[in-house]
Design a protein around this ligand. Structure first.
Ligand SMILES: [Zn+2]
Length: 257
């Protein structure tokens, strides 16, 4: 089987986030069959609601016409947008996320802006998985529905999506003023280094999946290092640095997007 990736036809850029579509075509040499899987991905929505209805409509329309579409969000859904002053502590944005037919999301560093305990309360309301292979939970913080990866079967193509969280360490507890009822900082969650956290998982999934996608929240510089360290990853969807691209970026060494 040969996998070919190409940029999708639609790219929308808004003030604080972007929607990038990536198509991966999987060619089965023996059957001369082609299956195209399209990924749409947002990141760094930061509680900005203005363009969410258009994005939701676009993806819903695509999904109605094509069942091989996956919609991902790569973190920082909360903090600092027009929904923040509503003082719902993420409730309003969570309702938006629920309504937008996402297939998987990952945590960003700003997603604990209301405290990690509150973040997990919000995640409990999601009907979609929060994927995190490198989350390290502290104390009694043990979320129920945070798997490391999820496998999707699309027209005979097996897609494994591994999720990872961005590093919280550069913000540190001092960066957040949230305190729990005991006056303690609510940071009860750390992240481990991505490559070592997922190396053996990626190699196991290699036997089960035709396409392996990694979701990150680290920025393109770190994504390139991961692509080179783990060439079995076919596609990385990332966020965090608010970069926008005119075309899909391929790693020079692996030639993977
Ligand atoms: Zn971020």
């Amino acid at each position: 089987m040969k996998i070919i990736a190409r940029i999708g036809a639609i790219r929308w850029i808004f003030a604080a986030f972007f929607l990038l579509s990536v198509s991966i075509s999987t060619y089965y040499a023996a059957a001369a069959d082609t299956v195209t899987v399209t990924f749409y991905h947002t990141s760094d929505l930061h509680e900005n609601s203005a363009n969410l209805p258009q994005i939701a409509r676009l993806v819903r329309d695509k999904k109605e016409k094509d069942s091989n579409v996956l919609f991902l969000d790569c973190g920082d859904r909360y903090n600092n947008g027009d929904l923040t002053p509503l003082k719902t502590r993420g409730e309003a944005m969570t309702a938006m996320i629920q309504a937008m037919s996402y297939d998987a999301v990952v945590p960003g560093n700003h997603d604990i802006t209301f405290g990690s305990k509150r973040f997990l309360e919000l995640v409990d309301k999601y009907s979609l998985p929060l994927l995190c292979a490198n989350c390290v939970w502290i104390g009694d913080m043990k979320p129920k529905n945070v798997p490391s990866y999820k496998i999707y079967e699309l027209d005979g193509v097996t897609v494994a999506i591994i999720g990872t969280a961005g590093s919280l360490t550069h913000f540190g507890p001092a960066g957040y003023k949230n305190k729990d009822e005991d006056g303690l900082l609510e940071i009860r969650w750390e992240t481990s280094e991505v490559v070592e956290s997922i190396r053996s998982m990626a190699s196991d999934l290699d036997k089960k999946a035709d396409i392996i996608v990694l979701m990150t929240h680290l920025g393109p510089k770190e994504d390139r290092k991961i692509a080179q360290a783990l060439p079995r990853i076919d596609l990385i969807a990332g966020g965090h640095t608010h970069d926008t691209f005119d075309t899909m970026v391929f790693d020079e060494q692996t030639q993977h997007p």
